[in-house]
Design a protein around this ligand. Sequence first.
Ligand SMILES: C[S@@+](CC[C@H](N)C(=O)[O-])C[C@H]1O[C@@H](n2cnc3c(N)ncnc32)[C@H](O)[C@@H]1O
Length: 274
Amino acid sequence: MAGVLKAERRRLEVITPQHNQFRAVAPWYDLLMADVPYDMWLRYVLSLYHLHRPDTARPGPVNVLDLACGTGSMAIRFARMGCSVVGVDISDQMVRVAEERAATQNLRVDFLTADAADVDLPSGHFDLCVSLFDSLNYITEPLRLQSAFVRVARALDRDGVFVFDMNTAYALRNRFFDQEDLRAASAIRYRWRSSFDEDSRLCTIHMDFWTGPEGRHEEMFVEVHVQRAYESQEVETMLNAAGFGRVSAYHAYTFDRCTETTDRAYYVATKEPV
Ligand SMILES: C[S@@+](CC[C@H](N)C(=O)[O-])C[C@H]1O[C@@H](n2cnc3c(N)ncnc32)[C@H](O)[C@@H]1O
């Protein structure tokens, strides 16, 4: 009973989504994402990069920005390839895990805690910017997303390539976030339930997590995540306004166009040659 009361008290401590996203979950994030095919994502991103930057003189990428890098899964992979990498994330807790992971592997990655919409980045420095795993859906104010796009455009070199993925309205409306793992043997158990508001285009996901042995000693924490569904036309218009002249959208992990049932769209944006 005490455990239940403690869990309820913790539940009541829920603060606003922006403050509680990717905080308590940070130490558990890599375990929760253990099955995410980051190596395949890396190969896919590299093929998009080469397709959109057919610059054989510079095989690259050399300087990579991982925006909303989380615990650094992609940043670390680029560093292992020999790239010079900067990782930016709004959650200090996620960044601390990323720093520890890189240090353990003796890899140099410059991690920075900052909001993608405000971050100061060196101009014309990067040849590739990635932002993966629907991170940019978390920027729910279109003007803030626009600001992030402007910063990426400035930070990329003349032929720089910006690759990011987004959950589509189809995915958010059809509750792709509704997932659970309540198996007693799991070190972290979770139940996520989402709801989508057509007017605001916002998807709110209530995430309950339990850790420790099931029963008396278990601990509970709650995060509330909010994502916005952006239409591809809206994204393209914002990218154009930010200085990206060429924008392509692909059904994730293919080179096909998106359809009405695309759940994840990959965008590739480059500037017009001057
Ligand atoms: C689903 S996680 C993805 C993390 C990482 N890209 C990956 O592939 O594992 C989304 C990340 O976006 C970050 N994020 C959300 N809003 C952000 C913002 N405005 N600026 C920077 N990072 C943000 C979160 O802190 C979180 O680490």
